[in-house]
Design a binder for this molecule. Sequence first.
Ligand code: APR
Length: 254
Amino acid sequence: MKNTITDLLKHLTEAREVVIFSGAGLSADSGIPTFRDGATGLWANIDPEEVASIEGFENNPDKVWAWHEAMRALFAEVQPNAGHEGIASLESLLPNARVTIITQNIDGLHQASGSTRVFEIHGSALRVRCHHHCGFIELWQAGQLAPRQCPSCGARARPDVVWFGEALDEEVFAHAAEAAIDADIFITVGTSAIIQPAASLPMAAKEYGAMIVEVNPHATPFSEHADYSIRSGASEFFPALCAVLLNGIGKLDR
Ligand code: APR
């Protein structure tokens, strides 16, 4: 671990573009279940086609809304964990770098912990918008019933998330892809990295020469492509990394 951190430290302090690519595992220690972690994974208990797909919304919008209402309520109760906070601290700890967060998470916890440059490629369950993209979009306040109809054009309203069977927001994804290509170091955290097109981003970063680091307590299909696989939870790893950036490598010996 110490050699890994030493090498990481060198790359991080020299980097101009640092990209963090996050998934559900980052928020696990905040109390949000992941999607695919065995029996506790959300998709072990409910079919994503029913609650998080465009077909599901066409067939049974009430069921889709009910699932997102439960998510919205959960997100109102949780707080960023030490992993989110450590990632947010990288902005001040790496003054020569631009830190870009590309997240698949829809929980808003990166922004809540203070990260400023965040691309939510799967949208956010903290917003609702017009299903027909007329331009209506607003914050979904916790505890409030979201509008079912777009107040601007009368089309259906919906959570501002990307469902299975839908394209990602082109502009958001283009910014994310640009950051991936420019990355000097690209750190994936808490993701199984199997859902496309999101999973193409770490591969693009690698192709364009970034050092690739995976932070995940378990191996993933992406592990073989990483320069370093750190088998650790996010809320342990990022505070340790920040401590080293603050205090120097000697901190690791304590
Ligand atoms: N720290 C870091 N990683 C963790 C932790 C932790 N404390 N706990 C679990 N993990 C890892 C798991 O080992 C797993 O590899 O997080 C990963 C979670 O993977 P998924 O459940 O597949 O979540 P994610 O990769 O974000 O899913 C991608 O799939 O269903 C869609 O749209 C949804 O954005 C989501 C996408």
